[in-house]
Design a protein around this ligand. Structure first.
Ligand SMILES: C[S@@+](CC[C@H](N)C(=O)[O-])C[C@H]1O[C@@H](n2cnc3c(N)ncnc32)[C@H](O)[C@@H]1O
Length: 219
């Protein structure tokens, strides 16, 4: 089994360093443990590589903010990172420890500018109108959910911009399965056929990065 940075999924093996009693986000909010990432160390490095120098970044699906921290650390100091998550999964909505843990972690880095959008991605898309040079899809993993995110958002990606899909590939010892929404979507769009104007530029563990070819304008 591959080690994610620190695993939280029901179907994945928790990293030995985090006791299960400490997995509640309140412990990250209080600073008792670091935020729990939901991706591997190789994916973390790949995310950082792709956002280096990027200035208009959107992440859909923030959770405790581990990937958002990676993006913030590596993005252009002049850039803006929009973080979209309704944080609707908290059982105690007035406390919402996951949201507070994410804010604490992301605000611990001062690089660039952060805009929090506490909405579902489809609602955020209906208000959106600017170009994006890095889009990370890691929100609703159902087949219809990730399809909706692609349909809503890919038109805003600038030529030479990239979209990173998480949980979109199976890999040896990994946690993803062939029937997962992002795997099926990436198969359908980029593996079984080649969507005109787009190409896969990297696959690392479950992360698949696609680039919009320059010369393609949809806005
Ligand atoms: C897999 S976690 C994100 C993990 C995070 N990117 C990381 O690597 O640390 C998924 C997150 O997506 C959020 N989410 C689910 N559906 C969403 C939607 N339609 N729009 C935005 N966020 C959504 C959930 O609240 C949850 O926090």
């Amino acid at each position: 089994m591959y080690a994610k940075l620190t695993l939280r999924r029901e179907d994945a093996k928790p990293e030995s360093g985090t006791h299960s009693l400490l997995r509640h986000p309140v412990f990250a909010w209080l600073g008792i443990r670091p935020v729990l990432g939901q991706h591997t160390a190789s994916e973390h490095e790949a995310l950082k590589k792709w956002v280096t120098g990027k200035s208009s970044l959107v992440e859909i699906g923030v959770a405790e903010g581990a990937s958002a921290v990676a993006l913030r650390e590596a993005m252009s100091p002049c850039g803006t990172l929009w973080l979209i998550d309704p944080f609707h999964l908290s059982r105690m909505r007035h406390i919402n420890a996951m949201k507070r843990a994410a804010r604490r972690a992301v605000e611990g880095c001062r690089n660039g500018r952060i805009v929090w959008i506490e909405k579902f991605s489809s609602a955020a898309a209906s208000d959106w109108n600017g170009p994006i040079d890095f889009l990370f899809l890691d929100g609703d993993h159902s087949e219809t959910g990730v399809q909706q995110d692609w349909d809503d958002w890919h038109q805003f990606v600038a030529p030479s911009g990239v979209v990173a899909f998480h949980d979109a590939a199976t890999f040896p010892g990994g946690w993803t399965r062939q029937d997962w929404g992002p795997v099926k979507l990436v198969d359908r769009l980029f593996r079984d056929q080649v969507l005109p104007g787009w190409r896969i530029v990297q696959q690392v563990d479950s992360l698949v990065v696609v680039e919009k070819l320059s010369g393609v304008t949809e806005l």
